[in-house]
Design a protein around this ligand. Structure first.
Ligand code: MN
Length: 739
């Protein structure tokens, strides 16, 4: 029983629905004073509120609230005075079975009461009593049925998730592994990279000779696909209003204006967006050969084939071993026999392999690595790209020099409506950016840092990037296999770009962005219906991918991810032991090392979020009611609802910055101080909540160490005094299991 109590945490609630009540209460003068009980009974004129004197228990204040017919406020005179005064600032409600509103302790309160804690926080004389549903005390008519809402709460069925045990389990495992890694790191100098094949291919550095055209540069301007044709030189090709409907339909189906694309030559010429300096680099011609791998699923014909044509047109034939198309279970007619027939013109240079079920982009790329056996390097391209002028040598030279280097071209923006090509926005004055992420693992680009710039002699040299966007990159084939390709547990889309980036960096490789290798990419337009994931994939594959990635690679930094996306803690992300083993076997470095040495600039753009101190439901003491944002945000008010244990709108977290948060929203006092508002916040706002654990033997013997805290609103006083608490979802689940 005592243990069970330990799981019952108490909540502090500010509910909008109490506003009127509290205001009224604060100005209330006792109207009825009749009682057959010791002390005074005060009954308000509001049907929702009944104040009664002590029932012989030690409760300070109990208050029936809107929609409830019952219960009681039981206090002695002095305490009641205090609580009434305090109610002007009220804010906290302790919820019991009966929805008992707990008084709040404020500065004003303290003026009246010398011992506010005692006055406000006593629960009951004994835990047994407190643990029961509101006592039915004979002729007082406080039967449980009276506490039922007038309007029944919606019945919520939920699958119970034991969030906390998952966390504990992982934590224990993690610490274990962490120590293992630490010990191993003493040998890291000797053993690093031992598991990767040594570099045997000798390749000299490229040389910049200003004024001397590079040896891979075209000697004359690129010929048009169709002389004077639409879209040549990447000039915008705009269709008239006659095409509006068919254009819209094609955007819906493919994400691009396929009507225009179909009219533009597959061999069209493009504009040269490179820095002038790029034309004067000279590359040793003993470059590695490549297999270009293109994965597609229900791609439009001309955008797919223009990708293939551009590669064939702009890649020196001696380095292009093959183009491997991986058809990820498309069902569109043009991608079947028509495609097979079309690629025959290249006499086997272009191949197509078809997956027997939808694998998703990530695993289809790994399949592509297995199918593409001819080239020394794998060059991955999205299925809607156009490679730029002299894109190959700059991209492959760093890999030829060092096989553990992975390269990424600069990705230009092809307009999906008119097929013009422009440099991507963002980046520094040259348009150069590094790949990054925020702490919820969204892809970001940040301007090239001064530190990276200072490492280069010439500004068109490749530079280091913490991460890649994912769709376009080149990697030595054997090295990719040595890295284990992508984590086979990643599904469909998302997170694989970070996985491969972290794996490369932390395990001893390098990831370079190559300014002189440029590839245009068509970004999907709004209105695209998208490709639904296959049925065998469960919900949230992308979020699960993120969890796998941070669990394997982020070490203690994963807390920042969970601080940003606490809902992902409950996701079953599968077995990662093989990946952990890989990390250990390869003596891969810590994420901390990575953040300090390679990704040092990310935190200045995306500061580390405060870590969570705890998180879960905020449940009323011994009740089944929880604070619920009801989906309100940006200035809305929280409400009270039956605890459903599904997280969502009832999942809150308290962090080290003393913010009580849900998603990117913070709880704070509303404008008039009487309700709790939920609103957007940065890391310096609404840091008014405090959280502490109550020591064992404190005045709630049944609660002991699990309990906690105090939440304060501001200097003017505590919002929450002791028995108001924050509930851990996992504990709640366990408490129920024990029953
Ligand atoms: Mn794409």
């Amino acid at each position: 029983m005592r243990l069970k109590l330990g799981f019952l945490l108490r909540a502090v609630l500010l509910a909008g629905s109490f506003l009127g009540l509290l205001l009224l209460w604060s100005s209330l003068s006792p109207r009825a004073e009749e009682s057959d009980l010791p002390g005074r009974t005060r009954e308000s004129s509001y049907s929702s509120m009944t104040l009664e004197s002590s029932l012989g228990q030690d409760f300070d204040v109990k208050l029936g609230v809107n929609g409830y017919s019952g219960p009681t406020l039981a206090v002695d005179d002095e305490t009641l005075e205090c609580s009434l005064t305090a109610a002007r600032k009220v804010l906290v409600i302790q919820v019991r079975q009966s929805l008992i509103v707990k008084l709040l302790v404020t500065q004003e309160f303290e003026e009246y009461c010398t011992s506010p804690k005692e006055a406000s926080c006593k629960i009951s004389k004994d835990d047994k009593e407190a643990n029961r549903p509101l006592p039915n005390k004979g002729d007082h008519g406080l039967g449980n049925e009276k506490f039922k809402p007038v309007v029944p709460w919606p019945h919520v069925e939920g699958v119970e998730v034991d969030l906390e045990s998952i966390r504990r389990k992982n934590k224990a495992k993690n610490e274990q592994n962490h120590h293992g890694v630490d010990n191993k790191q003493q040998n890291i100098v000797q053993r690093q990279y031992l598991t990767f094949k040594p570099q045997t291919f000798v390749y000299p550095d490229p040389v910049l000779r200003p004024g001397v055209l590079g040896n891979f540069e075209p000697k004359e301007p690129e010929p048009h696909g169709v002389v004077g044709g639409p879209g040549e030189e990447a000039k915008p090709y705009v269709l008239g209003p006659d095409y509006k409907e068919s254009v819209q339909a094609s955007i819906k189906e493919f994400g691009f204006n396929m009507v225009a694309s179909d009219m533009i030559s597959l061999d069209r010429s493009v504009n040269d967006l490179r820095q002038e300096e790029c034309k004067y680099w000279h590359y040793d011609d003993n470059l590695l050969t490549s297999s270009v791998v293109i994965v597609f699923h229900n791609e439009g014909w001309s955008t797919l084939m223009r990708t293939v044509h551009s590669v064939i047109k702009r890649t020196p034939r001696k380095y292009l071993a093959e183009i491997v198309l991986i058809d990820d279970f498309s069902n569109k007619a043009h991608l079947q026999e028509r495609l097979d027939d079309y690629i025959k013109q290249w006499n086997g240079l272009v191949k197509v392999f078809r997956n027997e079920r939808r694998e998703g982009l990530i695993q289809a790329r790994s399949i592509g690595a297995q199918k593409a056996k001819l080239g020394q390097v794998l060059v991955y391209l999205d299925a809607h790209c156009e490679v730029g002028i002299n894109w190959y040598a700059p991209l492959i030279a760093p890999i030829s020099k060092d096989r553990t280097t992975c390269t990424v071209p600069l990705i230009d923006y092809i307009d999906g409506n008119d097929y013009s090509i422009e440099p991507q926005q963002g980046g520094d004055e040259d348009g150069f950016a590094r790949g990054a992420w925020d702490w919820s693992l969204l892809w970001k680009r940040i301007p090239l840092s001064h530190k990276e710039k200072s490492k280069r002699k010439h500004k068109t040299e490749p530079y280091r990037s913490p991460a890649m966007a994912g769709g376009l990159f080149a990697i030595e084939r054997d090295f990719f296999f040595e890295l284990g390709l992508y984590d086979p547990g990643l599904q469909i889309w998302g997170g694989e770009n970070f996985e491969i980036s972290y794996k490369i960096w932390q395990c001893g490789g390098k990831l370079l962005f190559v300014p002189c290798s440029r590839v245009g990419h068509i970004y999907r337009l709004q209105g695209w219906q998208g490709n639904p994931p296959p049925v065998y994939v469960g919900s949230s594959p992308t979020l699960k991918n993120y969890v796998r990635v941070v669990e394997v690679w982020w070490d203690e930094y994963k807390d920042y991810f969970y601080a940003s996306r606490p809902e992902t803690k409950a996701l079953p992300y599968g077995d990662i032991s093989e990946l952990k083993k890989f990390r250990e076997d390869h003596n891969c470095k810590s994420f901390k090392w990575f953040m300090e040495e390679i990704a040092y600039d990310i935190t200045s753009y995306y500061p580390l979020p405060p870590k969570n101190v705890d998180w879960g439901e905020i449940r009323g003491f011994e009740t089944s009611y929880c604070i619920d944002s009801m989906g309100h945000t940006n200035g809305g008010f929280v409400e009270l609802g039956p605890c459903h244990r599904m997280g969502g709108n009832q999942l809150f977290r308290i962090n080290e910055a003393n913010q009580l948060m849900q998603y990117d929203q913070c709880l704070t006092k509303g404008p008039d101080g009487s309700k709790i508002m939920i609103t957007h916040c940065n890391q310096n706002e609404y840091k008014e909540w405090q959280f502490f654990k109550v020591n064992e033997g404190d005045k709630h013997p049944g609660l002991q160490q699990k309990m906690w805290k105090k939440v304060e609103l501001d200097e003017s006083g505590s919002l929450l005094e002791d028995p108001c608490e924050f509930i851990r979802s996992g504990d709640l689940g366990k408490a129920d299991q024990e029953k």
